[in-house]
Design a protein around this ligand. Structure first.
Ligand code: EPU
Length: 325
């Protein structure tokens, strides 16, 4: 059997971390030690790691920016691969970003280059790889907008191979994509952006940043929104809800309820378990008030789900990813 530590050490040298606390790598600032942790800076490094873990049957987890991940207190007896490929290529209106590029960096760089279409992401935490996988969105934009194709690694007949996935094959929906289910690993994304006015784009980004700061608890560790917003296609569920609360017009019309608003209606804001708290500012955020554990957070998630189901008949679905549970 290969000595996994030694093989990783040969390639990554001091970049290999052993028993690395995930609390250092998640925006929640929560998570126990993982057996091995590496940041990959090239496709070659990533392939080396994947071939190793596949051959040695080691559990592995691909981490983007750590913004949407809840890591367990016990940690993970496997390898965490942090995507640190951060190249951006701009040729005219065609932009290719590697998976580890921060969404906010791509938003700024494209705005500086007078390209519109990704400006909304200035306040989006995490990487492009993560944003595409979960089709992240805010302020009316989604990661899929203006996307042409995604380059990905796919495990086929025992071999990792690269492939180009055209936009039409990515099966994007609200917070959904084919990558969430296929196990393919996103390497890079290519966009074709419309041109825009540099000054206007940069000014609108300042507005987005201010608006996010005004409505979301950015001062504390969190994973952004914990739950997806909730589709309520069934009119009877909406009618039952209307007997108890006034549903804002926009949500009523779209039949999509803000889960933050729902949790607010359940009077759960400010509820605390240990050092984890349902944010006073936005009901869909759970914040780490200092020394929260993953167990505290999981119990708050369970509480919100139970209350939403019992009180409104609505099944909240997590947007956050779990590691090591
Ligand atoms: N609202 C409340 N109470 C709350 C939270 C919200 O009454 O505690 C009301 C707001 O006043 C507003 C409505 O609900 O009238 C919608 O709220 P908001 O504009 O904050 O949007 P959201 O639907 O709750 C979504 C995304 C956010 C994104 C914002 C802004 C999801 C799950 N959330 O939230 O994304 O930042 O829109 O565009 O789709 C994330 O995914 O991590 C995230 C934070």
């Amino acid at each position: 059997m290969t000595d996994i530590t030694q093989s990783l050490r040969e390639i990554f040298d001091t970049r290999l971390k052993e028993n690395e606390p995930m609390s250092k790598h998640t925006n929640f600032r929560i998570g126990g030690p993982v057996r091995w942790y590496v940041d990959v800076k090239s496709e070659e490094e990533l392939l080396f790691v994947l071939n190793l873990v596949t051959k040695e049957n080691v559990p592995w987890f691909i981490l983007g920016g750590g913004s949407n991940t809840l890591a367990s207190d016990e940690g993970f007896q496997g390898l965490v691969v942090q995507m640190a490929m951060r190249g951006i290529t701009i040729v005219g209106d065609r932009v290719t970003a590697e998976a580890g590029v921060l969404s906010a960096a791509l938003a700024r760089t494209t705005a500086e280059a007078s390209l519109a279409g990704f400006s909304w992401a200035i306040s989006l935490p995490g990487t492009i790889g993560g944003a595409i996988r979960g089709n992240a969105g805010c302020f009316g934009g989604e990661a899929k907008d203006y996307l042409v194709s995604v380059r990905a690694l796919s495990f086929v007949n025992g071999v990792w191979e690269t492939k180009d996935v055209p936009m039409e094959a990515c099966a994007f929906e609200y917070r959904e994509s084919a990558f969430k289910h296929s196990g393919d690993i996103i390497l890079s994304a290519t966009y074709l952006f419309p041109s825009g006015d540099r000054e206007e784009l940069l000014a609108s980004q300042q507005n987005h940043l201010a608006s996010r700061k005004a409505t979301q608890p950015l001062y504390a560790g969190s994973a952004g929104c914990v739950f997806k917003n909730t589709d309520v296609p069934d009119e009877t569920v909406l009618q039952r809800l209307r007997q108890e609360v006034d549903i804002p017009l926009e949500m009523s019309a779209s039949r999509k309820l803000s889960s933050g608003w729902l949790i607010d209606q359940l009077n759960l804001k400010g509820t605390r378990i240990g050092d984890a708290e349902i944010s006073q500012e936005h009901g869909n955020f759970i914040v780490n008030r200092g020394n929260a554990t993953a167990s505290d957070v999981v119990q708050l998630i369970a509480l919100a789900k139970t209350r939403a189901r019992n009180h409104f008949g609505i099944a909240l679905q997590e947007e956050v990813r779990y590691l090591g549970f």
